[in-house]
Design a protein around this ligand. Structure first.
Ligand code: SF4
Ligand code: SF4
Length: 151
């Protein structure tokens, strides 16, 4: 049985935990929270530290010191953060769901997350290329975060 099905999230070692990230970079997309409803909207803008060609963080070891909004995922937050995309491996495992075919751990190929259209590859702009007053013009709907769209 693969480790992600055999162990709970809090039982994983660091290497196993890191390997769960599918490399989609959806969590690196800029989000706007509605002040009234609390609803979180994703935009097609991504953190300025994301490499848009690889969908990888260019400053991963020091990301939390450099970007205040860079979220720290833990077994606890993966279960609590409703705004995480339904595709996120941490969210899925925290809710008892399976990894899907395109996850690199399942497919054995780091490219399948891109080929399946799950990653942000080719879909976003760097946030610092757009004026802050215009961020809301870039709100998108193709990231699913609600339980009604779980699969
Ligand atoms: S959304 Fe989840 S799986 Fe995708 S890059 Fe972020 S942490 Fe990794
Ligand atoms: S600092 Fe790195 S991991 Fe964090 S949001 Fe930015 S690109 Fe993503």
């Amino acid at each position: 049985m693969p480790f992600w099905e055999d162990k709970a999230l809090h039982e994983l070692n660091q290497e196993e935990w890191e390997s769960l990230c599918d490399g989609c970079a959806r969590c690196c997309m800029i989000k706007i929270e509605d002040a009234n409803s609390g609803e979180v909207h994703y935009t097609s803008l991504t953190c300025q530290l994301l490499d848009l060609d690889t969908c990888r963080c260019t400053r991963y070891p020091e990301r939390h010191e450099l970007i205040a909004d860079c979220v720290e995922l833990t077994p606890d937050t993966a279960a609590r953060f409703d705004w995480l995309p339904v595709t996120c491996a941490y969210r899925r495992l925290a809710r008892g769901q399976q990894l899907l075919w395109w996850h690199p751990l399942v497919s054995g190929d780091p490219q399948t997350v891109h080929e399946a259209g799950i990653s942000v590859l080719g879909k976003t702009l760097p946030v610092d290329s757009v004026h802050e007053d215009e961020h809301d013009l870039h709100i998108i709907r193709w990231i699913e975060t609600t339980s009604s769209t779980e699969f």
